[in-house]
Design a protein around this ligand. Structure first.
Ligand code: UDP
Length: 236
């Protein structure tokens, strides 16, 4: 028996016969600006599933703990059941998006050091930015968990930068979510890593290969994601 547990903007989560395992289905829907802009694109679910699968497998090879188990169809994965830590973790190597607006620095400026930001995961509040004091005071995570999350986020950044670099792609910024395994409380990388949640630019031309093409009406989303997947296919 499989029941719909949760439906998000881009994915559905279903139960499986094993209480420790969930099935994720990648949808064709795309949203931007906290759900204000919406569209559906034939092929998006398949493309994000394929891209995310490649990334989770690469991270597993580098011993990063993730919720990923296996990919079971063009649009579905099995993942470990976790309780999601209600913090969105954004890692930035190059200025773009909300950081550019907030600090008045041009998009494309390389940061002198990597920035890790925390946002409180709340659709009603529009995911406000918080610091670790807020996270601790709100009991969103313990001090040890926050330390682990920060360390894992930076490890993921190193691994992703090297991976995308081999495909001639600059990793500008990305968003991660972490979960606690039901059985052990171990912190693992959860959710997805895809062009929906990363900014990826061609190293030479700065052509955008991510959801900004939809947010900013720059190019066709499935064509862009297909182009990205093709480039990643050559990376080991
Ligand atoms: N991001 C995301 N989900 C969110 C907010 C941000 O996946 O709810 C990703 C976004 O794709 C980008 C990075 O996090 O790669 C930083 O986003 P930013 O804060 O610049 O916000 P935006 O300009 O996308 O509103």
């Amino acid at each position: 028996m499989s029941q719909l547990l949760y439906e998000g903007k881009a994915k559905k989560m279903f139960t499986t016969d094993d209480p420790n395992v969930l099935r994720v289905e990648y949808k064709n829907d795309a949203t931007a600006f906290n759900g204000q802009k919406k569209a559906s694109f034939e092929g998006k679910g398949r493309l994000n599933n394929a891209i995310c699968t490649k990334i989770f497998k690469m991270l597993q090879q580098k011993n990063v703990p993730t919720h990923y188990i296996e990919t079971i169809s063009e649009t579905e994965q099995l993942v470990k059941a976790v309780s999601i830590v209600p913090i969105e973790v954004v890692v930035r190597n190059v200025v773009a998006g909300s950081l550019s607006k907030r600090l008045g620095v041009d998009e494309g400026v390389t940061l002198g050091r990597t920035i890790v930001e925390f946002y409180y995961k709340s659709d009603e509040l529009g995911d406000p930015m918080i610091n670790s004091d807020h996270a601790l005071a709100m009991e969103l995570a313990t001090k040890e968990e926050l330390g682990e999350i920060r360390k894992l986020a930076l490890t993921v950044n190193d691994a992703l930068q090297a991976f995308f670099s081999e495909a001639g792609i600059l990793l500008v910024d990305f968003k991660l979510e972490f979960g606690k395994l039901k059985a052990t409380d171990e912190i693992v990388l959860a959710d997805e890593i895809s062009p929906d949640s990363c900014r990826l630019w061609d190293k030479e031309t700065h052509e955008k290969l991510d959801k900004d093409v939809f947010r900013r009406n720059i190019a066709d989303l499935p064509e862009t994601y297909e182009k990205l997947l093709k480039r990643l296919e050559d990376v080991k």
